[in-house]
Design a protein around this ligand. Structure first.
Ligand code: HT7
Ligand code: ZN
Length: 880
């Protein structure tokens, strides 16, 4: 397979000013007529080079240049292209192709999801629809006519505004849509189906009325209100926070059941995985409600960060994704609890992105090369990319960042640009120099930042010395120093913040400040420090690094109590838990009896006792670091020791704090009983604490707790309480209660695929022995199919990523199972196959026996026949 390099980028030889498409949709084939108004790109030089259009799986029916039909000798069709020789600098090219959406299981291009037609064109799916210059720097004005049988497809949608429609004698009808904004082909969308819609409107800051519509299959019409509310909040927030207004007269969202990712920001016609739109109390958890709000916002925000200003090439993907994730995180923080949002994001980043950065697919936020771009929609491009934007904001300040974004939008509206253009706008608006900072875009790997302190009581000075390093990653053995913004403060013996004055400064500057660490080794000295302080470092997780400071357990407990930074209070608790758990992992490995350090229990007790604390944060504090995180921070991960140590700690905490858990559980459950479901932060918080308390309580096995759990399962009016009760029962030894609950849940929700996904996931996550056999059996369930990505993620993905003790069975059966599924999916849906592979690629983390077994499965996949570029790239890089 061909490797594409950033360094080889060239401007396009030709441009497409106008794109006129007509789709004739039928059950056994579809016809696509494309009229492209084209011209030579003046920036590309002189002469008329051959025109090479992208195209894949297309059956060419006719081709005409300026109305002249072309014959076989006039053009050349290859597997992925069509080449012809233009005879003038401006011309019109007409083509007709036949495609087969009805048999498209890859869910890329035009495909069928159930009975509806829909599209997914990012990154390179448009070339499966028609011959085109399918690259983001070719931007065109689109007019699209969709024609289909009226009874089966009453709704015909595309980008922009509807400008004409009509009926034909044969039962077919058509609608023409015109998008006044030029856009790259990856933002094209089409939908045809029997859909109902929820309608609303939004008045923009300049007083324009925008029609808002969410289209769903009729049975889901009662699950759209939360997404609609989220959309209106997002539109308002983008006006307030970034001064960005929506630009078309209509904004549409369509929910589809079969979708490879969460959603897609097509201009004016967002297409969503139904799991990212549908939410109501009875069927969706609090987490699902928050996910819907975040994804609706994310896709909406792309209208400016991605659509109005787009990417020059796919190496610049983080330009739109990193910035948009940053924006959706700011939005979610504003709508809910900022500290809880930050804790969730950082936990996710440190567990999963740090693992990616340390694995065989490690790449920089702006990658240098790829085989298959779909493999680069990664945690590094999205989440680390967002952290990089966040660091720019930390360095420039909120006002400076806003000046930079204003300049970026003003300068580049309507253009396809690069990460460098983004950074340049930030620099120019602030008179800043971010040259060294840009290494965050080009160097892969997670930097380590080790910190040591020195206190001089006589001189009243306190020094912090930072040493940074970054491990080698594929293709990058040496790294240069990053600019690491370290937000920090100092606490005195009473837990008060100390005013901060650096040597050479005239006066102190607040109690939290940002140190820009930009050398391999660097010391900052504070003056006027009259007692030995305790540092609070990397407040708010101000940089995506692994920070090392030799805190004692007592110091961590002190920070948990006193740090003014909410994130760092949680972080101190996590570090304390990690230290305690790592001790126990060692004890297990040495065959010793496990001992739980009671300081952790006491630290958690004080959290639970203090009813003035934010309950969501108490729930976060009580959540021990996950097995996946403990794996990530291990040199060699001992799956069984990690599981045993963590479970032992949970048991110990459960019995020591039983009475407190019971009290808080009962109080919150009582409020839940009496309060109708509300999808708002304080209610999320109450249920979060209630549910984590229940999960600890159930470890006691006491009959009154089991009865409460069954009661919560049966009586709850919302999925958050019901699903937690189910998950807790499933992981317990109470077989009768568990089987009854699973059966009644499936019976009640058998017609709701998204709820059945949760039923599959809960069972896939059951860590008791026999997990693989249970998953294999569930694959035979009538509600399961490998053709639906949500089902694959819910059952197989959840098993391999969350049920670590079962997936990593020492006999390798878990690996064999995963490889079998990848081999089948490679043919059906390569994007899903390659994503499913991730847990096999981390073989270097495990013991020699498991390493051998995992590598053998990767080699078996490699030898299994014709591999998609998606799977080939991941497998071959993992074995390299
Ligand atoms: N920009 C969208 C990316 C996306 C995608 C990429 C590859 C294959 C399928 C896909 N579906 C959506 C989603 C987003 O980040 O908003
Ligand atoms: Zn995005």
């Amino acid at each position: 397979p061909k490797v594409i390099h950033l360094k080889d980028y060239q401007v396009p030889d030709y441009l497409i000013d106008e794109t006129h498409l007509t789709f004739e949709l039928y059950e056994d084939r579809s016809l696509v007529h494309a009229q492209l108004v084209m011209r030579r790109n003046p920036e590309a030089g002189a002469g008329l080079p051959p025109l090479q259009l992208h195209g894949q799986d297309l059956e060419l029916i006719s081709l005409a240049l300026n109305d002249r039909q072309l014959g076989l000798g006039d053009y050349e069709v290859a597997e992925e292209s069509l080449t012809l020789q233009p005879d003038a600098a401006s011309f019109t090219l007409d083509s007709t192709v036949v495609i087969h959406p009805e048999s498209n299981t890859a869910l890329e291009g035009l495909y069928k999801s159930g009975s509806m037609f829909c599209t997914q064109c990012e990154a390179e799916g448009f070339r499966k629809i028609t011959y085109y210059l399918d690259r983001p720097d070719v931007m065109s004005k689109f007019t699209t006519t969709v024609s289909a049988e009226k009874h089966a497809y009453p709704i015909l949608l595309s980008n922009g505004n509807p400008i004409a429609s009509g009926e034909e004698d044969d039962g077919r009808h058509w609608t023409t849509w015109e998008d006044p904004f030029k856009k790259p082909a990856y933002l094209f969308a089409l939908v045809a189906g029997d859909l109902w819609c929820v309608e609303d409107s939004f008045t923009t800051m300049s007083g324009r009325d925008v029609a808002l519509r969410i289209y769903v299959e009729p049975e889901n019409i009662d699950k759209c209100q939360h997404a609609m509310d989220s959309l209106k909040k997002s539109m308002k927030w983008d006006e307030d926070a970034y001064g960005r207004e929506y630009d078309l007269d209509i904004f549409m969202i369509v929910a589809v059941n079969d979708f490879n990712m969460g959603a897609m920001e097509n201009k004016g016609l967002n297409i969503f995985n139904s799991s990212a739109v549908l939410a109501r109390a009875e069927t969706a958890t609090d987490a699902a409600h928050q996910r819907v709000e975040a994804i609706v916002a994310h896709e909406y925000f792309h209208n400016w960060t991605g659509n109005r200003v787009t990417c020059r090439d796919w190496f610049q993907l983080s330009l739109k994704e990193g910035f948009t994730v940053f924006r959706d995180a700011q939005f979610s923080a504003d709508m809910n609890s900022p500290t809880v949002k930050r804790v969730e994001d950082v936990s996710y980043l440190r567990t999963h992105q740090f693992a990616e950065d340390a694995g065989p697919m490690a790449h920089s936020v702006r990658p240098e090369s790829f085989i298959e771009i779909s493999n680069f929609y990664t945690l590094t491009v999205y989440e680390k990319g967002a952290e990089v934007v966040r660091m720019i904001q930390t360095l420039l300040g909120e006002e400076g960042f806003r000046k930079g974004s204003d300049l970026y939008f003003e300068r580049h509206d309507g253009q396809a640009v690069t990460v460098d253009d983004f950074v340049k706008a930030m620099e120019d608006a602030n008179g800043a120099d971010l040259t060294q900072f840009k290494r965050w875009y080009s160097q892969a790997g997670t930097p380590r930042l080790s910190v040591s302190e020195q206190y001089d009581a006589a001189a009243k000075t306190y020094s912090l010395t930072f040493r940074q390093s970054c491990p080698p990653t594929p293709g990058q053995s040496e790294k240069l120093a990053f600019v690491i913004p370290v937000s920090m403060g100092l606490l005195d013996g009473q837990g008060n913040e100390i005013a901060l004055r650096l040597q050479g400064e005239d006066a102190s500057v607040g109690t939290t400040r940002v140190l820009a660490v930009d050398q391999p080794e660097q010391t900052f000295t504070f003056v006027g420090v009259s007692e030995q302080p305790l540092p609070s470092l990397l407040r708010g997780f101000s940089a995506p690094v692994k920070l090392e400071f030799p805190y004692s357990r007592d110091q961590l407990m002190f920070l948990m109590q006193h740090d003014s930074d909410g994130f760092n209070r949680w972080e101190a608790g996590q570090q304390l838990s990690v230290q305690v758990l790592q001790d126990m992992i060692g004890q297990h490995q040495r065959g010793e009896a496990l001992q739980l350090d009671q300081r952790l229990v006491e630290a958690l007790r004080s959290q639970l006792e203090d009813e003035s604390l934010d309950q969501a944060m108490v729930a976060e504090m009580l959540s021990l670091p996950s097995e996946a995180y403990l794996t990530e921070i291990s040199e060699v991960a001992d799956v069984d020791a990690i599981h045993q140590a963590r479970e032992f700690a949970r048991q110990g905490i459960s019995s020591a704090l039983f009475d407190l858990f019971w009290k808080r559980y009962q109080a919150n459950r009582e409020i839940s009983r009496q309060t109708p479901y509300v999808a708002q932060a304080e209610h999320f918080a109450r249920r979060a604490l209630q549910n984590i308390a229940l999960s600890y309580l159930m470890l006691s096995g006491k009959p009154e707790v089991v009865a409460a759990c069954v009661d919560q399962f049966e009586e709850a009016d919302n999925m958050t309480e019901r699903l937690t009760a189910l998950a807790v029962l499933v992981n317990s030894g109470f077989e009768a209660e568990r089987d009854k609950a699973l059966a009644s849940f499936a019976e009640h929700f058998k017609d709701n695929p998204l709820v059945m996904d949760q039923w599959f996931s809960v069972q896939a996550g059951n860590t008791q022995p026999g997990g693989l056999e249970r998953v294999q059996q569930l694959m035979q369930h009538p509600a399961f199919t490998l053709k639906n990505p949500n089902k694959v993620r819910a059952l197989i993905g959840a098993f391999a990523n969350q049920n670590l003790v079962n997936y990593h069975r020492a006999d390798g059966a878990g690996y064999r199972f995963l490889a079998d599924q990848v081999i089948v999916l490679n043919k059906l849906n390569p994007q899903i196959a390659s994503r499913l592979l991730a847990p096999l690629t981390r073989w270097r983390k495990y013991d020699a026996g498991r390493q051998g077994l995992m590598k053998a499965e990767l080699e078996r996949i490699l030898a299994s026949g014709e591999l998609s570029s998606d799977v080939y790239e991941v497998v071959s890089k993992s074995l390299a």
